[in-house]
Design a protein around this ligand. Structure first.
Ligand code: FUB
Ligand code: ZN
Length: 608
């Protein structure tokens, strides 16, 4: 099964078109501005001297690279000479300032080029990986080779240092990323050497006796076991999900069943024990990491934006190996929740951390106890962070969101995501007309396919399917409805009932005991203080909830009102009387839109 690249698809309207417009018209310019002001673009001159402002950071290259990659995806659809000029300028600087052997890292070259490859924790390979992805994307978008040539020469040098000479002071990257980038470079160039290098890094992880990362143990960088023996998601969650994505990529390219099986076992561990309802992963701030199963606190949820995006990339790759809806369901969970909460509705600012609860009265804890481990997440998005990995990751994710829609094989089209769009591959022409997720009606026309497989989302209770106006015959396999197509051109109407539903988390999730969330289709909801004149944490859902929905232009989807009760004021700290409650209605908004109207309380899980 092959993926259908976003390059083959135009998103022609609806929910994601608007999101892409905001990314293309606002976010990439705002990030450009903030990355310029903070010295990131200037650092590509590699001239920084001690005492000067804007000291380059070990992964500034990756910030620039992800911005280039995002822009490449956008200009591939709509050329833009000024943006190209900025990228060409970066390529010129890299060409001028790289070392003779091809090495480039703006921080090392400015500060200590002779120390290169001495510190596994120092992100050189992570930066190289992002630059490779950027170079491949820019070449595909424009046909310009300079950046690609620079990165091919650099990759050849990395191959020499790590595989041939073994002259670096470590064997595998402390932060995975280059592995999946090497697969992209291999796919673009067809050069086996790049796949071999990816395989070298993946096969060596957890095998060689590398020193512990910052004293936090081998699990932090997934180096505790050879990858094919790993069964649980461990350590820093972005590192982990990038590695798992690359493992899935490699498993597909070399048809490695053991590697695929490790990916599936780890994936199941994530979605069954370590993932938030929003698709967030890495619940602990300490180490930005996975912790033990079911340890999913709401107030202190870390849930880094990059980690959720990486989970979607991992899941998307797994879809190519096995058409089981658990993968595309997970992509969808990220898409409409943690993926989108990462960026403000106006596209200007970003969350790095995505909590599931905000209690403004507790913020004092942050200011009165500086330097404690348990800092509460910030409550408002920011335009840039000192560590600003998330903003340009979100832009490249949304710009290429159509990557997630289809996979195909010789005669079958598999539809994983429902997005209003038009697609042309060498063989198939496919169109989707839909207002999903606001509405569950999806009209798909497909030409030249013999079978179409439609994902029936995990949250769906009722659906029907028509083929060319008649009730369709279908067979459900692993969450997909398979329909045989008898004509060359077919119209399929999938109608999925979308109504608000209550989601009860496992009682093993300590923070959620006695609480439940509300979900409408794939969209998870939350309550904000600004909409409700009582404390949202004390609202209790009725046992016979009556949902009312109303479309909100501001959020681009529905808001929900539901009935329940709130405590009558005046409770004592301790009392021999049970709490008295009165009827109330609570307004819920999509989780992805929280914190767009000033600092206010927020709850995903309501008492039930
Ligand atoms: O270390 C590079 C990036 O910065 C990681 O992926 C994020 O978690 C943040 O720590
Ligand atoms: Zn990040």
């Amino acid at each position: 099964m092959d993926t259908v690249s976003f390059r083959n698809t135009d998103i022609t309207g609806g929910f994601w078109k608007k999101k892409q417009e905001i990314i293309g018209n606002v976010s990439i310019y705002n990030i450009l501005k903030r990355f310029t002001e903070t010295g990131r673009f200037g650092a590509m001159d590699c001239k920084w001297k001690i005492g000067e402002p804007n000291e380059p950071h070990i992964f500034w290259d990756s910030d620039i690279a992800k911005w280039i990659e995002s822009v490449s995806y956008i200009i591939e659809k709509e050329p833009h000479s000024e943006l190209e000029k900025i990228i060409d300028d970066v390529a010129d600087k890299m060409e001028k300032n790289r070392l003779e052997n091809g090495y480039f890292n703006c921080c090392y070259i400015a500060k200590n080029p002779d120390k290169r490859w001495t510190d596994r924790t120092d992100h050189e390979l992570y930066c190289a990986g992002h630059l490779i992805e950027a170079a491949a994307a820019y070449y595909r978008a424009t046909g310009k080779r300079k950046l690609l040539d620079i990165m091919e020469k650099y990759t050849d040098y990395i191959y020499k240092v790590f595989v041939e000479d073994k002259s670096a002071e470590f064997v595998t990257p402390g932060h995975e990323e280059i592995e999946l980038a090497l697969v992209k470079l291999y796919d673009l160039t067809g050069k086996e050497k790049y796949l071999d290098l990816c395989r070298f890094f993946i096969d060596s992880r957890g095998v060689t006796d590398e020193r512990e990362y910052n004293g936090v143990g081998h699990k932090y960088s997934q180096s505790h076991l050879p990858v094919r023996e790993q069964t649980t998601a461990e350590g820093h969650s972005v590192r982990a999900a990038y590695l798992y994505s690359a493992m899935a990529d490699l498993a597909k390219r070399i048809n490695d069943k053991k590697l695929f099986s490790a990916c599936e076992t780890i994936f199941d561990d994530i979605i069954n024990k370590k993932m938030y309802i929003t698709g967030g992963i890495g619940s602990a701030a300490r180490g930005e990491a996975f912790t033990v199963p079911y340890d999913l606190p709401n107030l202190t949820a870390y849930s880094e934006s990059c980690a959720a995006l990486a989970l979607a990339w991992f899941a998307g790759r797994m879809t190519m190996l096995d058409c089981d809806s658990k993968y595309a369901d997970t992509v969808e969970r990220v898409l409409y929740n943690n993926g989108l909460s990462s960026v403000s509705l106006d596209g200007k600012s970003f969350f790095y951390v995505n909590p599931l609860e905000i209690r403004t009265e507790l913020l004092e804890r942050n200011t009165s106890q500086e330097n404690t481990i348990e800092n509460l997440p910030i409550t408002q998005r920011r335009e840039v962070f000192d560590c600003s990995c998330c903003p340009p990751n979100i832009t490249r994710f949304i710009a290429s969101v159509a990557d997630f829609i289809y996979t195909v094989d010789e005669n079958t089209v598999y539809v994983h995501q429902y997005i209003n769009s038009e697609t042309k591959t060498e063989r198939f022409i496919i169109k989707q007309n839909t207002d999903y997720p606001n509405d569950g009606k999806i009209a798909v026309t497909v030409e030249n396919a013999e079978i179409i497989a439609l994902r029936i989302p995990y949250w769906c209770e009722n659906f029907d399917i028509k083929l060319n106006g008649e009730k369709a015959d279908y067979e459900i396999k692993k969450g997909y409805a398979y329909i045989e197509l008898k004509s060359d051109k077919n119209e399929i109407l999938l109608n999925i009932e979308i109504t608000p539903r209550i989601v009860y988390p496992s009682r093993k999730v300590r923070d959620c005991i006695g609480r439940a969330a509300v979900q409408r289709g794939p969209v998870v909801y939350c309550a904000e203080g600004v909409d409700n004149d009582f404390s949202v944490i004390s609202f209790k859902l009725s046992s016979e909830p009556c949902f009312k929905t109303e479309f909100s232009e501001q959020f681009g989807t529905y808001v929900i009102t539901v009935n329940g009760t709130v405590p009558i004021a005046g409770e004592k700290l301790y009392s021999f009387e049970p709490e008295k409650r009165m009827e109330a209605k609570i307004k819920l908004i999509p989780y992805f839109a929280f914190a767009n109207r000033g600092e206010t309380d927020m709850e995903v899980y309501l008492l039930c």
